[in-house]
Design a protein around this ligand. Structure first.
Ligand SMILES: Cc1cc2nc3c(=O)[nH]c(=O)nc-3n(C[C@H](O)[C@H](O)[C@H](O)COP(=O)(O)O)c2cc1C
Ligand SMILES: CCCCC(=O)C(=O)O
Length: 413
């Protein structure tokens, strides 16, 4: 994606995109997408914490040729940023995840797909194309056969990585979701699970009877009619607990589950852990041999009062360094500007992911809106690199940042 001089004059920034999109979503969708847990402290700080940092630009460095690209999952990604997995994208636009996939393919940007997508993982991978790596986000269910089947399908479809979400042992308390009795409308389905009559399973009844049994059980649980969240679990319109209620899995642990997941995925797919927020857990991730970690607090939707991700990033980066292992560290949450991408990299992230901005793009104009969103980040990041005096991503380091302390003093990092 080269910098394109044409602009959408209605929408020149991600903040404008957020405002325009808000008018195009029904209340239930807008609340579901935009809110954070409880009083929203972490949601707000994910974004505002970037304001503690300022860039120290270098000059007279010939920035006529800038390479913004990085390698990820053996793919040359246009900028060090991907699309984070977010559930139920057809709420924003009828083309949902397909529109996102097409925009990602066009922009050369990696896409993370939520397990709770409203388009099947196979259809999304078809839209991404063979060359384009996909990352499938996973919740590990208590019934392992369900997860096994999903992982096998991802492998068969050509996904290059899975990211196990680990910040949801329980579902965060999102008050508007509860108040609105949020549910997936009847015309939409949780497409990876609600596939009665289709057979995308890679297992046959003879080979894997348990997996097929598990899928039948899920289908019986009315997974598509996702029900509403009653404050502690998801309940179907008929009062039955639905599929969503067993996504948050409080039993997950390092010893049993990470090794199991690696066995299921390697060598075809990398295993990432999404939702690391401390140096201690980064060290455990190294010990357990995961392929990478994503510093994330689920966009402020889980533990309110958790550190902003950009504030948690340095301790994770330092912990990984102390292990002498080259485990990549990614970060997401509150990234709304190309300069935020730059700041995250300067603080030691290898790559960032964006969540809500893509949903806003979808709500604005479907595929075109996502393309616009990705283009805004691309243009801003390229400009930031040039104005800061760097021509390749690996040059971006701490020396390009200053921190504004609470007392207003500026210090170099
Ligand atoms: C509406 C919505 C749905 C999400 N669904 C998922 C999901 O299914 N799985 C997951 O791991 N993270 C999910 N996330 C979290 C994102 O992957 C990501 O961590 C977060 O959105 C990043 O913050 P940002 O929205 O401020 O960019 C969701 C986030 C939002 C806003
Ligand atoms: C059970 C949670 C599904 C989607 C999700 O992760 C979110 O809404 O944040």
């Amino acid at each position: 994606m080269t910098s394109n001089p044409t602009h959408d004059l209605e929408c020149l920034t991600i903040d404008q995109l957020e405002k325009i999109a808000a008018d195009r979503m029904d209340k239930q969708t807008r609340d579901y997408y935009n809110e954070g847990a409880d009083s929203g402290t972490t949601l707000a700080e994910n974004k505002s914490a970037y304001q503690k940092y300022r860039i120290r630009p270098r000059v007279l460095r010939d920035v006529s040729k800038i390479d913004t690209s990085v390698d990820i999952f053996r793919f040359k990604n246009t900028i060090p940023m991907g699309v984070a997995p977010t559930a139920m994208q057809r709420l924003a636009h009828q083309d949902g995840e397909l529109a996102t996939a097409r925009a990602c393919k066009k922009a050369g940007i990696v896409m993370g797909l939520s397990s709770f997508s409203t388009t099947s993982l196979e259809d999304v991978k078809d839209a991404l194309g063979k060359e384009h790596p996909g990352l499938l986000q996973l919740y590990l269910f208590e019934d392992r056969e369900e997860s096994k089947d999903l992982i096998a399908r991802a492998k068969k479809a050509g996904y290059k990585a899975v990211a196990l979400t680990v910040d949801t042992p329980m579902l965060g308390r999102r008050n508007l979701e509860i108040k609105n009795q949020f549910k997936l409308p009847r015309h939409l389905k949780s497409a990876n699970f609600d596939r009665v009559g289709e057979n995308h399973s890679v297992t046959s009844d003879e080979k894997e009877p348990e997996a097929n049994e598990a899928r039948k059980r899920m289908q019986e649980q009315e997974v598509s009619r996702a029900g509403y969240h009653d404050g502690s679990q998801w309940v179907s319109p008929t009062g039955r607990i639905t599929f969503h209620s067993h996504a948050p899995n409080p039993t997950l642990n390092w010893e049993r589950d990470i090794d199991w997941l690696k066995q299921q995925c390697h060598p075809e797919m990398e295993v990432w852990v999404k939702g690391i927020a401390t140096g201690e857990d980064a060290i455990l991730a190294c010990h357990h041999g995961v392929d990478g970690v994503i510093v994330s607090n689920h966009g402020g939707r889980q533990l309110n009062g958790a550190l902003a991700t950009i504030d948690a990033l340095p301790e994770v980066v330092d912990a990984v360094k102390s292990m002498n292992r080259k485990m990549p560290v990614h970060v997401d949450g509150g990234i709304r500007h190309g300069t935020d991408v730059f700041k995250a990299l300067a603080l030691g992230a290898d790559f960032v992911w964006i969540g809500r901005p893509v949903l806003w793009g979808l709500a604005y104009k479907g595929q075109e809106g996502v393309e616009l969103c990705l283009k805004l980040f691309n243009d801003e990041f390229r400009l930031c690199m040039g104005l800061a005096g760097v021509t390749s991503v690996d040059e971006i380091g701490k020396e390009y940042l200053a921190k504004i302390n609470r007392d207003g003093f500026v210090s170099k990092l």
